[in-house]
Design a protein around this ligand. Structure first.
Ligand code: GN1
Length: 504
C-alpha cells in the first residue's frame, strides 16, 4: 500500500492535497482506509476530473444556447413501431428475436449502480417491492421474465437456451445486490448465468474544483453515471465473457421500469432484421415536460437529449399534425451488438463528455464536522449510456406502447408520478387486461360482471386485482387454457401453482 508521503505527492500533482487535512488525527484503521482510497486515484485523471467539473459549472446552467438550432427529429426511416405496424411484420420480428435467443446469442444487461435517492431508499432499487399481492421485487419480476423468455424460445426451437444476465452495480449496490440474489437462490436462475460487475466511482467536486470529503476518512464519491458501462465492460472483461458464450446482441436496460420486457424478442428481432448496431426503445412522450430524454438528431447524428438539457420551448414544439416534434421518449432500453460495444469500449469511450449534475453533497467542514447541505454545493460528473448513439453506423428507434411497456419507479410515494402506487397500478391494469383478452370474466361481490378497462380513466385502479406471474406469461401469451370462459372474483393471483390447478 502507498505511504502517506507517496499519497501526498500524488495529491499535490492533482492539486487536491486538502483531502489529507484530517489524516494526522485519524486512528490507524480509518487512516489506512483513507490512504488506500486516495492511493487508488490516478493523479492526472483526478486533476482533469476536478478541472472539468469546475469549468463545466462556470457555464450558465441549462441547455447550450445553440442546441435548439442543431436539433432535428429522427428521419422516419429510422423509426419502427410495435403498435402501428402490420401484425405479420411484428410476427416476423418476434420470430427472429426468438430464433436469436434460442441460439444463445442474446444477453440482457441491467444498469443498477444508482443510489435510489429520489425513491428515498438506502438499498438498491431492484430490491424494492411496490406492494404487489405476490410481494415480488423488481429483481424478481425481471428474473422471472428471463426464465419465461428462455422457455418460450426453447419451446419454439426445441432447444434449451440461456439468456445471461449481466448486472452493472456500483460500490453502493454490489454488496447488497449480491447478497439479495444469494438469499433468493438467484430466483432459480443458474448463478453462472448471472454476472455482476462494478462501475467506477468518481469524487464529487466543489464549485471551485476541489474534491470533497464526506467524512474525515472518506472521499465523497458517486458512480460515474450509467455511461460508466463502457469503462466497466473493459475493466471486467465482460465483452470477452460474452464472446465465450457466443452472445452477439445485448439488451441494456435500467432497473426501475416495472413493465420492462427483458430480451424482448420483438425489439431484438426488429433491430437484427434492420441490421442495426444500436437501437433504442421509445414511447410517445405523455406531455412536454415529462422527465424522459428525447431521441432525435443533433448535427445530423442520432442522440438523446436528456430532459435536464432540453429547453422548455424546444420541448413544447409541435409538428404539423399537432404531435410533439421531439416526442420520442427514451425509456432506457437499448439494443447493442457486441461488436458495437467492443468498438465503443476500446475506441470511443474517451470521447464521451461527462454531464454535470449539481447536487447536495454531504461533507465535513474545515473543523471536521459533518454537514448535510440544504442547497446544492457540489458537482457530480456522469456519463450517459446513450451518448454512444452517435457512433452507430446503423441506428434505429422502436416505438412501443406505454401502457404495455413503460412505468418507471423513480419517486417516493409523496410524488404525483412514477411512484410505487403508479407502477403497481400499471402492472395490475396490464394483467387485468391480459386476463380479459384471454377470455376471463371478473365478478364483483354481488356476482355482477366487472367492466373492461378501456372505459376506465388511465390513472384508476383496475376493477379487480389480477396478478399474473411472469413464469406463466411474458407478454400476455398463453393464458387461454387457464382463463378462457371462466369467472373469477378478485384477487386472482395466477402463479404456476394456480395455473396448474386451473388447467386440471
Ligand atoms: C442518463 C439516462 O439514461 N437517463 C434516462 C433515465 O433517466 P433517470 O432520470 O436518470 O432515471 O431513464 C429515463 C426513463 O425512465 C430516460 O428517459 C432518461 O433519458
Amino acid at each position: 500500500m502507498a505511504s502517506e508521503r507517496e499519497v501526498r505527492a500524488r495529491l499535490q500533482r492533482a492539486g487536491q492535497e486538502h483531502l489529507l487535512r484530517f489524516c494526522a488525527e485519524l486512528p490507524p484503521g480509518p487512516r489506512a482506509a483513507l490512504l488506500a482510497e486516495l492511493g487508488a486515484l490516478e493523479p492526472e485523471a483526478l486533476r482533469e476530473h476536478c478541472r472539468r467539473a469546475a469549468a463545466a459549472c462556470a457555464h450558465p446552467p441549462g441547455p447550450p444556447p445553440d442546441l435548439a438550432a442543431r436539433l432535428r427529429p429522427l428521419p422516419p426511416e429510422c423509426v419502427g413501431s410495435a403498435s402501428r405496424c402490420d401484425p405479420e411484420m411484428r410476427r416476423l420480428w418476434e420470430e427472429e428475436g426468438f430464433r436469436q435467443i434460442s441460439l444463445n446469442k442474446v444477453a440482457v444487461l441491467l444498469l443498477a449502480g444508482g443510489q435510489g435517492t429520489r425513491l428515498g431508499v438506502t438499498y438498491p432499487k431492484g430490491m424494492y417491492q411496490v406492494g404487489l399481492p405476490s410481494g415480488k421485487t423488481l429483481y424478481q419480476l425481471q428474473a422471472e421474465r428471463i426464465r419465461r423468455v428462455e422457455q418460450l424460445a426453447g419451446q419454439r426451437h426445441g432447444t434449451r437456451c440461456n439468456v445471461p444476465w449481466y448486472i452493472m452495480t456500483s460500490e453502493f449496490t454490489l454488496g447488497p445486490t449480491a447478497k439479495f440474489f444469494r438469499e433468493h437462490d438467484f430466483f432459480h436462475l443458474d448463478p453462472s448465468n448471472v454476472i455482476m460487475f462494478e462501475q467506477h466511482m468518481l469524487p464529487a467536486v466543489t464549485f471551485d474544483g476541489k474534491a470533497m470529503l464526506e467524512q474525515k476518512d472518506k472521499v465523497a464519491m458517486a458512480p460515474d453515471g450509467n455511461g460508466g458501462l463502457y469503462c466497466a465492460l473493459a475493466d471486467h472483461q465482460i465483452l470477452e465473457d460474452m464472446e465465450r458464450r457466443g452472445v452477439e446482441f445485448v439488451h441494456v436496460y435500467c432497473v426501475d421500469n416495472i413493465l420492462v420486457r427483458l430480451a424482448d424478442p420483438v425489439f431484438i428481432g426488429f433491430c437484427v432484421l434492420r441490421g442495426a448496431d444500436c437501437g433504442a426503445k421509445v414511447v410517445e412522450k405523455a406531455y412536454p415536460e415529462e422527465p424522459v430524454g428525447v431521441v432525435c438528431q443533433v448535427d445530423g447524428v442520432p442522440q438523446v437529449v436528456e430532459y435536464s438539457e432540453i429547453s422548455p420551448e424546444t420541448a413544447q414544439l409541435r409538428g404539423s399534425d399537432g404531435s410533439l416534434l421531439y416526442g420520442l421518449g427514451n425509456i432506457c432500453n437499448h439494443f447493442f451488438t457486441r461488436d458495437f460495444l467492443r468498438m465503443v469500449s476500446s475506441e470511443f469511450e474517451p470521447l464521451l463528455k461527462p454531464h454535470v449534475a449539481v447536487k447536495k453533497v454531504p461533507y465535513v467542514d474545515e473543523e471536521g464536522n459533518p454537514v448535510k447541505p440544504i442547497k446544492p454545493n457540489g458537482i457530480k460528473m456522469e456519463k450517459f449510456v446513450f451518448d454512444v448513439f452517435r457512433f452507430a453506423k446503423s441506428f434505429v428507434a422502436f416505438e412501443v406502447s406505454r401502457e404495455e411497456e413503460f412505468s418507471p419507479l423513480k419517486n417516493a410515494a409523496s410524488a404525483a408520478r412514477d411512484n410505487p402506487a403508479t407502477t403497481r397500478r400499471a402492472l395490475l391494469r396490464q394483467h387485468y387486461h391480459w386476463a380479459l383478452q384471454a377470455g376471463a370474466c371478473f365478478l364483483d361481490a354481488g356476482g355482477a360482471r366487472l367492466p373492461e378497462l378501456p372505459s376506465l380513466p388511465g390513472n384508476r385502479e383496475p376493477p379487480a386485482i389480477c396478478e399474473i406471474s411472469p413464469l406463466v406469461s411474458y407478454s400476455g401469451e398463453g393464458l387461454e387454457p387457464y382463463l378462457q370462459g371462466r369467472e373469477f372474483r378478485s384477487p386472482l393471483i395466477l402463479d404456476e401453482n394456480q395455473a396448474s390447478a386451473l388447467q386440471l
